[in-house]
Write a new protein. Structure first.
Ligand SMILES: NC(=O)c1ccc[n+]([C@@H]2O[C@H](COP(=O)([O-])OP(=O)(O)OC[C@H]3O[C@@H](n4cnc5c(N)ncnc54)[C@H](O)[C@@H]3O)[C@@H](O)[C@H]2O)c1
Ligand SMILES: O=C(O)C(=O)C[C@]1(C(=O)O)C=C[C@@H](O)C=C1
Length: 294
């Protein structure tokens, strides 16, 4: 792998992921100039003040103009309007790529605006936290994590390899998947867990006053873990659920059926049903930890 060096990299949306990338690109010397744009003028100004970008603007077209690589790091609901705004500014041969948590909807939002001669390589670094904004980013977010690229049948292979090399240079392991397959896998590994966390924390805060007070006071690690996930960015996650609707609803249907089966087992006192499931899931937890350490 030869680490790519871009003359001008544009990052549109300098929040958690955009600013983490800017920091990693700076640290690894992957761009001669990094320019960012953010709809929030305070985020653009902060990125400049932190010294993680060379230029900052609120105009995405100004940032994208002349860039050899443009990385979209905005919430998924903003992709269509950002793509339409930057399209006339993209230079021929430029690579347009992204970090969005859903891939089919991103492809549908961006491709109608794609100018001739611009290479679009959809991507998703599987790394994040519950935080948002430019101060929350860090370069160490990426090493040792997966990045999935979902190129389309007509995507230029050189452009795909360049994007893969960029993420590898940031420490990630890169794989390719079909966009709809990506969305179905992420629905169960990422989107459903977030939905469950939002629900359980919502349920706890809807309890009567005295109970709610004690839930917060005595919250041990189980509930605390859920509150971390449920503290994730509302805009980002609203857009994820609205844009991966079918895969999430399908998972949710199965989850609801399994939950109902557990409910019945508890009511009937079927300890073996509970014990067998918990034994299976404990083995899965061990497998996940072993895979992480490998
Ligand atoms: N947070 C995670 O764990 C995570 C992980 C992987 C991928 N992603 C994806 O990364 C993208 C960004 O998420 P994030 O966590 O960095 O969110 P974030 O809220 O930290 O950053 C998003 C930034 O985009 C800006 N923005 C919003 N609308 C815009 C617009 N129309 N034009 C320009 N800027 C705009 C916001 O002001 C903000 O600074 C999302 O598409 C998300 O699905 C997030
Ligand atoms: O660790 C977290 O806080 C995350 O939510 C990260 C996480 C995930 O679900 O694993 C969230 C969304 C992404 O698109 C990728 C990663």
């Amino acid at each position: 792998m030869t680490a790519p060096v871009f003359d001008r990299m544009a990052i549109i949306g300098i929040g958690l992921i955009g600013s983490s990338l800017a920091r990693a690109v700076r640290a690894e010397g992957l761009a001669r100039s990094i320019v960012c744009s953010d709809a929030n003028p305070e985020h653009a100004a902060r990125a400049k003040a932190l010294g993680i970008v060379d230029e900052a603007t609120t105009d995405p077209a100004e940032a994208a103009a002349g860039a050899d690589l443009v990385m979209l790091c905005v919430p998924i609901g903003a992709y269509g309007s950002v793509a339409a705004t930057i399209a006339p500014a993209l230079k021929p041969g430029a690579i347009l790529t992204d970090v969005g948590s859903v891939k089919q909807a991103v492809i549908e939002a961006v491709t109608p605006h794609l100018p001739e001669g611009v290479h679009f390589v959809p991507g998703h670094p599987l790394a994040g936290t519950e935080k948002s904004g430019p101060d929350s980013g860090f370069a160490a977010l990426f090493p040792g994590r997966w990045c999935i690229l979902t190129p389309l049948p007509g995507t230029d292979d050189t452009a795909t390899r360049t994007v893969a090399d960029l993420w590898r240079a940031c420490g990630m392991t890169v794989e390719r998947l079909e966009p709809d397959h990506h969305d179905r896998v992420l629905a169960i590994t990422s989107h459903l867990p977030h939905l469950i966390a939002y629900t359980i924390v919502g349920t706890a805060t809807d309890l009567e006053d005295h109970l709610r007070h004690e839930v917060i006071k005595y919250s041990a690690s189980g509930f605390r873990d859920f509150t971390r996930i449920a503290g994730s960015d509302p805009t980002m996650w609203r857009d994820v659920f609205l844009n991966n609707r079918e895969a999430v609803l399908d998972c949710l249907q199965r989850f609801t059926e399994d939950l109902t089966a557990l409910q019945r087992a508890i009511r009937r006192g079927e300890g073996d049903v509970l014990f067998d499931l918990f034994t299976r899931t404990r083995a899965i937890r061990k497998g996940v930890q072993d895979a992480r350490q490998a």
